[in-house]
Design a protein around this ligand. Structure first.
Ligand code: GDP
Length: 480
């Protein structure tokens, strides 16, 4: 065992080697402590320092969380729209946006930012998030209370005067360095970190701007991107990040396993499905299919998946000519878990292994829990299925994912798996190769900043040894 890392005490180590806190009532969130019975122990070591910092964060959250005296004090500032810098607790409020995969990635990024800046993370839940995740921090809540004074909050729009990019734009056009906003920091600032953000919004990732943001008690983050990798290029966080994550590519793996525990309803779906279809197999293969362009033919997708699986030895080919008769009682040796909004590829694949034997003699079972047809991000039941399927994918031994999909990124991160990524096809032709092994299990930041930080350094030029362009999107960045 390397210095500074925590040893996990085998597969039944309920607290995952010090990642999870003790002190929860087990029955309120069965998945938190039962997951160890479904997952292999993570081979990715956790640093002692991360474990200690998480406990410290939990204490901070208890001290400053909703309805505490310190929280009530900062709420006063918010109501008065006045930042007197004395309240003692600072917050990051996370706003949900886009599909579940995107949400989980931005939430984990916001939590990392909260850890780095000693802020308390609160989430602004909408109805679609109901009954998906257990509370991650003991004896407190991460939900913004329903009586939260939203009136004091900036409208979540980049045209709002409290949007950080807008503040910088105004300052640039006034061409003045003594802008009032810079002199008297407001009580709230809204950070617009979407894929279409501009150079001003991107300044969030610059050192000087971080110094300014430290003075703001309430930061509101809205994003559809896994922005954690670019926090590594902000000089004042470099050292802390290297202590938290000596192995950089474990950021989402550890934070995701720490934060995201399915509620009992979702856990029931996961465990029932797992026991029924996956538990007995010798090997579980996950295939995550995300078809962004409904026009792309399903047959083409099936061909690509088969080409990838055969080439990489993930699935056996079938013998089209003759039956293979065996007298032994075979058990299911491979269970293939397909997830997709549609069922065509699954039907074809299942039929293929039904009509023909595998050349290896293996028994291959193909299963797909649901086919919802359309994305319905506002639907509670739809999101529960999405979460259950992301989790089931993360329990597989071998994973094939679709390029650009955050749904697949979350599964690979939670599972600690380096997936084979199905390369996006150009002009409906079969990509060559059909899939590529991911460099690391950490998700891709699709739209990293490209601005220059006050002439000091271009944030996108900071390609250090542990940040690379993504396998599935060359303009993206990921931790490796
Ligand atoms: P991305 O769009 O692929 O990056 O992933 P997101 O999770 O952010 O958004 C896609 C959304 O579509 C999911 O959250 C689900 O609501 C739905 N969806 C996509 N693929 C699947 C699937 O395989 N199973 C289920 N149940 N839902 C899916």
């Amino acid at each position: 065992l390397e210095d500074g890392f925590v040893a996990s005490n085998g597969p039944k180590d309920k607290l995952l080697g010090g990642l999870l806190p003790a002190g929860f009532h087990e029955g309120t969130c069965l998945s938190r402590y039962q997951s160890a019975s479904y997952r292999k122990a993570s081979p990715h070591l956790l640093s002692h320092y991360l474990s200690r910092r998480l406990r410290k964060y939990e204490a901070l959250h208890r001290r400053c969380g909703p309805n505490t005296a310190l929280y009530n004090k900062t709420i006063e500032q918010l109501k008065n729209r006045h930042n007197n810098g004395t309240a003692g607790c600072n917050y990051v409020v996370w706003i949900p946006f886009s599909g579940l995969g995107n949400r989980m990635l931005t939430l984990a990024s916001a939590f990392l930012y909260a850890l780095l800046t000693n802020r308390v993370l609160l989430i602004h839940p909408d109805a679609s998030m109901r009954d998906l995740f257990c509370e991650p921090f003991p004896h407190t809540s991460w939900l913004l209370p329903s009586d939260f004074p939203m009136k004091g909050f900036p409208k979540f729009s980049r045209t709002n005067p409290r949007c950080y990019g807008k503040m910088l734009r105004r300052k640039a056009s006034a061409n003045s360095s003594d802008d009032a906003a810079a002199q008297r920091p407001p009580a709230t600032v809204y950070l617009y970190l979407f894929h279409d953000y501009d150079d001003f919004d991107m300044h969030f990732f610059c050192e000087d701007d971080q110094q300014f943001l430290r003075k703001i008690p309430w930061l509101v983050i809205e994003s559809d991107n896994y922005f954690a990798p670019s926090l590594f290029s902000i000089p004042s966080y470099e050292e802390e990040l290297s202590r938290l994550f000596p192995k950089r590519d474990t950021v989402f793996h550890h934070l995701g396993r720490y934060l995201f525990h399915p509620t009992n309803t979702v856990w029931d779906m996961i465990t029932r499905y797992y026991q029924a279809y996956l538990a007995k197999a010798k090997e579980r293969v996950g295939i995550q299919i995300r078809i962004f362009n409904r026009g792309s033919p399903f047959m083409h997708m099936l061909d690509q998946i088969l080409a990838c699986s055969l080439r990489e030895n993930l699935l056996p080919d079938v013998n089209l000519k003759e039956p293979i008769v065996s007298t032994t009682n075979k058990v299911v040796s491979k269970a293939v878990l397909v997830t997709c909004l549609h069922s065509e590829v699954y039907e074809k694949m299942k039929t293929m292994y039904y009509e023909h034997p595998a050349v290896t003699g293996e028994i291959v079972g193909v299963y797909q829990p649901s086919h919802e047809e359309v994305q319905q991000t506002k639907e509670e039941t739809h999101n529960k299925k999405a979460w259950a399927e992301i989790y089931l994918l993360s329990l597989t031994d071998v994973l094939v994912t679709s390029a650009w999909s955050t749904f697949g990124y979350v599964a690979q991160g939670l599972g600690g798996l380096k997936p084979w990524i199905l390369i996006r096809s150009e002009n409906m032709t079969m990509p060559d190769p059909p899939c590529r092994r991911a460099l690391s299990m950490d998700p891709c930041f699709h739209n990293p900043p490209t601005c220059s930080c006050n002439g000091k350094r271009d944030v996108d030029k900071v390609l250090v040894s542990y940040v690379r362009h993504c396998e599935d999107l060359s303009s993206g960045l990921k931790l490796v």
